[in-house]
Each structure stands twice: as C-alpha cells, then as structure tokens.
Design a protein around this ligand. Sequence first.
Ligand SMILES: [Zn+2]
Length: 440
Amino acid sequence: MGKTIIKNCDIADFDTLKYDRKDILIEDDLIVKIADSVPAEGNETVIDAAGKMALPAFVDCHAHLLQSFYKGYMDDYPITDWLVRLFHAEDLATEEDNYYAVLLSCMQGLRFGTTTINDMGGYRFIDSTVQAVRDAGMRATLGVSHTDVAENDATPIRTVEDALRESNDIYTRYHGLDHDMIRMGVAPAGLPACSKELMQALKAFANERGLVFHTHLGEGKKETQDVKNRTGWWEAETLYNYGLLDERTLLAHSIWLQDYELDLIKKAGANPVHCPNTNMKISDGIPKIHQMLQRGINVCIGCDGEASSSTRDMIREARAGAYLQKAVTLDPTAMDLSSTYKMMTQNGAKALGYQNLGRLAEGYKADILLVDMSKDISLTNRSTRLSNLLYAGTGHAVDTVFVNGRMVLSGGENLRMNTGKVLEKCEELLYKLDQKMAKL
Ligand SMILES: [Zn+2]
C-alpha cells in the first residue's frame, strides 16, 4: 500500500482536550511516526490537512447492519411489537436487499467516521453481508444472532447443534479475511431468547478460537423480569453464574441491572455497550453508565440497528448518551467529553480484542479521521473543537477517513463506492420492499 504523510493535522488529546499540530507518517496499515515534521522522501502520498483536527476513527460496538432498510418502518412501536414486526420484515428481504442494506449501513458509518463495526446479523445472508462489508472497506466483527427459546411467535428457533454448525461454517470460511479486516464472532441474541445450553456452547466455541461473544443484556424491563422468573437471577447475574462474562464479552444495552451486577461486570472485565438512541426511542430505559464508568468498567458505544436508532452517526449517538447520563444523574460530570471520546474509540477497540486500534499513536492501526469544522457555522472556535464536535456537531464534519492505512473518504466523498449509484439501487430495492411491507 505504500507510504502516506498527513501534514499539519491537529491531533486531539482525549485526556487534556488539547490539540497538537503534527505530521503523521503511515506505512501500509500502521502509523509509524508522529512528529512535528515528517520530511517527504519522494515516494509517499502527501496530504496537507491544513489544520484539520485528527482523531482515531470510531468503533461502533453494536449493529444490525441489515436494518438500514427498515429505518422508518417501525417507529413508535412498543418493544415487543417492534421485535415481532422486525422478524417478519427481515423475512421479506432478499439476498440483494441484504447486500445493499449492509453496504448502505457501512457507507453511512464511514461517512460519519466509523471504521470498525460489531454486527449481529442473520446466517441466511451471511455471504452477502461479508461481501458488502468487504466492498465498503469496513473493519468488522460479524456474528450470527442465534435464538432457541420462543420469546414470541416470530422468534427463529435454532438448535444448539445448528448454532454451532453455522458459527463454525462462518468461522472457517471468513474469519481473518483481508488481512484480519473481517473477523467472526458469536452473537446469541440474549437471555430472553436463549437457553443456558446455547449460550454456554457458543461461549466455549468462541473461547477455543479467541472470538468475541456479543449479546443483548437487560434491554427490556419485562423481558429482564421474565429471565429472573426463569433462572432465579437477574440477567448479568445469570450470565456471570453461567460463566459467560469476561473481557471478550460485549453486552448491548445493559439497562436493567442491579448495582451488585455492575460489580460482577467489573470483576469479569466484560464490556457494556451504550445504545442510547434505541434505548430512548423504543422506550427501553436508561442504563447506569455513569456508575459503570465510576467503577472503571470498559463501556463502549453502539448505534444499534437503524430500525430502532435511526442513525449510524456515532457523534449523535454519543451525544444522546452523554446528555441522558447528565440528566438522569443530575451530575454534569457524568459521561464527560474525555470519557465519551474514549468510549467511542479505544474502549470499543479493547472490547473487540484489537491490540493496536483506537488511538493515534506510533504502532497503531492507521484508522484516522480528519475533521473539518470550518464548513459548519455552528462549530466555530478552533480552541473548543472537541467540545463543539460532540455537543454541537454531527458526523457530517468528518472530512477524511483512513481505514487500515487506506484513504476511503475525502472531502466527505466516498472514494471506493459510487454513492449516487448505490443510493439509486437502494431506492429501487426499497420501492419493492415497501410494497411487501405494506402487507405486514
Ligand atoms: Zn441490538
């Protein structure tokens, strides 16, 4: 891939909230040098950042990429009806719908500065999911959403053997593809729809191969109570007692938790994922993120599926999450700027098991954002850029994106894909899907 020098970028420091004008030298997929000046030797691509702010790219820790095609179709539904409607809607999708829905999700993520995504999807269309993620140039961990307990009439029921066979199939065919850009994980949907046997079998499978275990935790109040009635324990406590919590476990939502369960999560080193837009929009509730951070728990952020959150913009997602915490705790220091930016980057990278991702430092993966605040009059003041981006901005301020050393976005334009053509194709497919959805 060769060498690239990014000159004159203001590298943001998430601890001090200050900026340092530097050059960055990228060789292949890595940041190899950050210095006041990196002289060009003639064989590099040189990009003048002209004072744009440089950030590590965002890590979106909870997604259902197919759902970009269902955005707007189940708004204002209660969670139980929402889920049934979603299962029926997903049955209507074709392989081509899936490919373009996943591609659209990834392209939105990249547009707004996300280069790494953790997806929980379906086995039926895994081939087109992998293809779309690869075509988009996104770094991803993909798991299949397995369920074996009927939470409602529409829950897809798989056996433990099915789940292991499918997990092994995708692992064998796809794990580590494209120099480790594509990883497989396991993703049992969550305790309300999964047996102890299923969860433990998938965790053992994941542990033997060093994979991520990704699940929903304590999302619905009623569902959490149902699990308590079934197992005798609250959800995090159940996972802990089943031996499923450790550093490679990601826990989407993590809302309905007792205080002592936060201690179990901390003890195990597991990783809650804050998904505030979904939590608000489908009235799931508000997680104890501030208390988690105070305990030193590695909390991450995820935009979830767009059928619930309606966004793949990590800045909007993180802002919603931070404001919620400040409001519910009556404490303006809750989810402060420094914590929130780390949740969006290095915490997510750590949870997903990447050793050298999520920071701008020598030896780290060159997943870099250049943010241009000059085109949005509401973001004025170079001295408070980190603050203004999170509290006043959106992902549209992202100008340039590098993934694994390669520039995929410049001037806000996707360099890999023809955005206009992709959107045209999506509209064509969505028109057909809309006719099927009308009959739901
Ligand atoms: Zn989810």
